[in-house]
Design a protein around this ligand. Structure first.
Ligand SMILES: Nc1ncnc2c1ncn2[C@@H]1O[C@H](COP(=O)(O)OP(=O)(O)OP(=O)(O)O)[C@@H](O)[C@H]1O
Ligand SMILES: [Mg+2]
Length: 511
């Protein structure tokens, strides 16, 4: 049979590392084809080759049975291939409509025919249910809406093959539902879709077939209907994955962080309204909520990334309200930030330097202003092992060249190993494969066994339920519920998150 897309024996090496090793991919016209693989398995690399972003060392590509040579994204566009990248490539200060037509303006008429463009885009919006305000500025719309702009860009160029690289990692549960419906609409219209995702339940819901990659090699292509979620996980990791998080009972100890009457606002908006709660030694406190309900601003205020207008912070009995980030860090705060590319890593430094970013000045790593490189290397090798950080050259890999999930593991490793009493983890497993998630959850539970206090923010309600000992729910800047995880029920949490229910008299301590 003739495939819509066929990639044959694709090999791509980066130095000694073979990111794609004789990979074969066959995608049928009109299907939704998932690509599954661990962090660093080579998924983005394979799609970057198909989209003309990087050249393959070996192998051939066929579209509709005809061999093609894709050297640039423009070549790919001409062949009807579009891609939504994990990090969007939109112009923030431009309007939505300008971003969509950017690069394909009708030059013959000299003047842009906005009216024609607008008509075509409105038809696409209607056909696929992609609601977005065409005259809004990109910087004023939500991440979910920005993604719709990226999708409209592809459709406006009449793309027949749509590649999505981890599109749901940044979406809320509601937006994920909508995107799934939109993708099904594309497939009904005969468009061909390639979907990279780590979420096995999404593959089950939306994909027809699934190709599994492991360490650069193609393992198999299966009909999704024939395999269970556990079987897919085992195929991708090469061992059995345990989805249950097992926790020994743990006694709660002293108060580590006390947040009292905290308010965070800008001249226009109040993000956090008079919030109080405590985190205790030996517990994982989960902060749940729909994205955009003040969680980001609350954590930024606690860690010192953003000033706050009212309230106090106490850390192990010490007033830290006015302390700098550095002072808090030295007292024993650890922080896995939400915006990891901005606050978490220096992308052009190597992995070992990133692993000692905040503690390179300690005696362990330097004497008389000279860094002890052998100690730093030894230290980083330990962390690379424990957290299974995969990269091309180990400690000397430049972080920019690491896969998204492995960059994430590096931040986690650094923050968990530094001396601390409190770990603030924001979306600790976003973008990680199921095997890596299992490992990170174990490490968080380990923290709790060691008597650390863990404050975990997550948009993933299953993660909140599985890992936390106690759960706070935030809605419109307020804490509306404080429940023990063992007494929590997912439907009730959903009602709190939507603001349809709230607890009376909640002071954020143990109930
Ligand atoms: N430009 C580059 N230079 C060197 N190595 C690279 C480069 N791009 C990718 N790699 C390496 O190739 C391997 C595959 O990376 P890729 O980004 O394709 O993984 P992935 O399957 O998309 O993972 P993730 O789920 O974490 O996004 C990784 O080990 C990565 O470090
Ligand atoms: Mg990737």
């Amino acid at each position: 049979m003739t495939y819509k897309i066929e990639m044959r024996n694709i090999t791509k090496r980066f130095g000694n590392l073979t990111a794609n090793d004789q990979v074969n991919l066959q995608v049928k016209k009109g299907e939704i084809h998932a690509i599954l693989g661990e962090n660093g398995a080579g998924k983005s690399t394979l799609m970057s080759i198909l989209f003309g972003l990087i050249p393959a060392d070996e192998g051939d590509i066929f579209i509709d049975g005809k061999q093609v040579h894709i050297k640039t994204p423009n070549d790919a566009n001409r062949l009807g291939i579009g891609m939504v990248h994990q990090h969007f490539k939109l112009v923030e200060a431009f309007r939505v409509i300008d971003n969509i037509i950017l690069g394909v303006e009708d030059v013959n008429k000299g003047l842009l025919s906005y009216q024609e463009a607008r008509t075509k885009i409105n038809e696409l919006i209607k056909l696929y249910g992609l609601n977005v305000e065409l005259d809004a500025l990109i910087r004023d719309i939500s991440v979910g809406q920005q993604q719709r702009v990226e999708i409209l860009k592809m459709l406006y160029r009449d793309s027949e093959i749509l590649i999505f690289d981890e599109p749901t990692a940044v979406l809320t549960p509601q937006e994920i539902k909508e995107l799934i419906a939109i993708m099904k609409g594309f497939s009904r219209e005969g468009k061909t879709i390639i979907l990279i995702t780590h979420k096995l339940n999404e593959i089950k819901q939306v994909a027809d077939r699934c190709t599994v990659l492991r360490r650069g090699k193609m393992i198999d292509t299966v009909n999704v209907i024939d395999v269970s979620i556990n079987e897919m996980a085992d195929m991708m990791v090469g061992r059995e994955v345990l989805f249950d998080v097992s926790k020994a009972p743990q006694a709660v100890g002293e108060s580590i962080l006390k947040v009292h009457n905290l308010t965070v606002k800008s001249p226009e908006q109040t993000f956090v309204k008079n919030v109080s709660f405590e985190v205790f030694s030996g517990e994982i406190l989960g902060l749940a909520g729909i994205d955009g309900n003040g969680q980001t601003e609350l954590i930024q205020a606690i860690t010192g990334l953003r000033p706050f207008q009212e309230g106090t912070l106490t850390f192990k009995g010490i007033d830290v309200t006015n302390m700098s980030i550095r002072e808090k860090y030295e007292l024993g705060f650890a922080h896995i930030p939400e915006d990891r590319q901005r606050y978490g890593l220096i992308l052009d430094f190597d992995l070992q330097s990133n692993l000692v970013l905040q503690n390179f000045y300690m005696e362990k790593f330097q004497s008389k202003f000279m860094l002890k490189f052998d100690r730093i290397r030894e230290h980083s090798e330990k962390l690379i092992n424990r957290f299974d950080i995969r990269s091309e050259k180990g400690p000397s890999t430049i972080v920019r060249n690491m896969s998204g999930g492995n960059q994430q593991k590096a931040i986690l490793a650094r923050e968990i190993q530094k001396p601390h009493h409190l770990l603030i983890a924001v979306q600790p497993t976003r973008g990680l494969d199921v095997g890596a998630i299992e490992n990170i959850h174990k490490q968080l539970i380990d923290e709790r066994q060691k008597g650390k206090a863990v404050l975990m923010v997550s948009l993933d309600i299953d993660e909140i339920m599985d890992v936390s000992d106690r759960i706070l729910v935030m809605h419109e800047g307020e804490i509306v519920a404080n429940v023990l995880a063992k007494d929590a029920n997912i439907n009730e949490l959903g009602l709190y998150m939507l603001g349809e229910k709230r607890e009376a008299n909640n002071d954020g301590a143990h109930s």
